[in-house]
Design a protein around this ligand. Structure first.
Ligand code: NAP
Length: 280
């Protein structure tokens, strides 16, 4: 029951109507009995500063940030965490009691949490390959290198962007051709290929048992990349785990309460199913 005491958290994005974040966070508030609610606000690209002013003025308890606001928020908050600073992108704003807004980036750590919780995979000493060099890829590259991966290979269509992503990997980083994906422990697709473009970002690659292939895309739930990896005997996982675990980290930062991850994952799966059936 909403009341005058209910605290509000929200996501800003454009577009944002199909975001699963309200499903995930409202399920988390219900599961923990917290008197909080979570809404999605469609904020036009030029209005990021006004949205952050609203967070301050309205005393929001937390803010999620999605495209196209992640970079602008990194410039507009009072302070960034080391991850957000290095990536120049924020996906989670934590309002302090004194009104200070701290920008954080939970995407990379969220993926690592999902790999560990769902697959028992830890990057230390492992050979990893990331396809793509955009915001999500950069977060993943930094997280894998920071967690001690032996190699962080980057495959990207535009070499200059690959170099910028590799700068986040330190000595473990190296540019690689598509074929290198057949011979690593972990493959992460951080391009939209398979979602808004048909096909796979790693054409012609055959995977094998013992490899973990993760697609950050989760709609469709099984992309051509994941279908091929599973058919080759590899373990295949979509991006829902990362979405849930980055939200779990945000929930805990805002509320100070341990995140009910199972309830959040169930809500994400239900929300995705509902959106998929509505689309057909
Ligand atoms: P972005 O910043 O726009 O970067 C996209 C990357 O994909 C770029 O490196 C781009 O290559 C590459 N790319 C795009 N189209 C391509 C194509 N047709 N062939 C080959 N490469 C292509 O996007 P982003 O924010 O990083 O997001 C990337 C994907 O991750 C999206 O599908 C997004 O939905 C997903 N994502 C999922 C989560 C999650 O929680 N599961 C979180 C964040 C993002 P160039 O550099 O050559 O342009």
């Amino acid at each position: 029951m909403l009341s005058g005491a209910t605290r509000l958290a929200a996501v800003i994005g454009h577009p944002v109507a199909h975001s699963l974040s309200p499903d995930i966070h409202n399920a988390a508030f219900a599961a923990t009995g917290l008197d909080w609610a979570y809404l999605a606000f469609d904020v036009a690209p030029g209005d990021t500063r006004a949205a952050l002013d609203a967070v301050r003025a309205l005393g929001l308890g937390g803010l999620s940030v999605t495209m196209p606001h992640k970079e602008a928020v990194a410039r507009l908050v009072d302070r960034c965490s080391p991850d957000a600073e290095a990536l120049a992108a924020v996906n989670c704003v934590v309002p302090g009691a004194d009104g200070e807004l701290v920008g954080e980036n939970t995407d990379g750590p969220g993926l690592l949490d999902a790999l560990s919780a769902d697959h028992g995979f830890t990057p230390e000493g492992r050979r990893c390959l990331v396809v793509g060099a955009g915001g999500a890829a950069r977060a993943v590259v930094r997280a894998l290198a920071g967690a001690g991966a032996r190699e962080v290979l980057v495959v990207n269509r535009t070499p200059e962007r690959a170099a910028a992503a590799l700068a986040l990997a330190g000595p473990a980083g190296r540019a690689a051709p598509v074929e290198a994906a057949a011979d690593v422990d972990l493959v992460v697709n951080a391009t939209p290929v398979g979602m808004d473009t048909p096909g796979t970002p790693l054409p012609g690659v055959r995977f094998s048992a013992g490899q973990l292939v993760v697609d950050l895309v989760y709609h469709p739930a099984e992309t051509p990349l994941l279908a091929g990896a599973a058919a080759d005997g590899a373990t295949a996982a979509n991006g829902l785990g990362m979405l849930v675990h980055q939200a779990a980290r945000a929930f805990t930062r805002w509320t100070g309460v341990a995140a009910p991850v199972a309830a959040m994952a169930a809500a994400a799966a239900r929300g995705l199913e509902a959106r998929s059936s509505a689309a057909h």
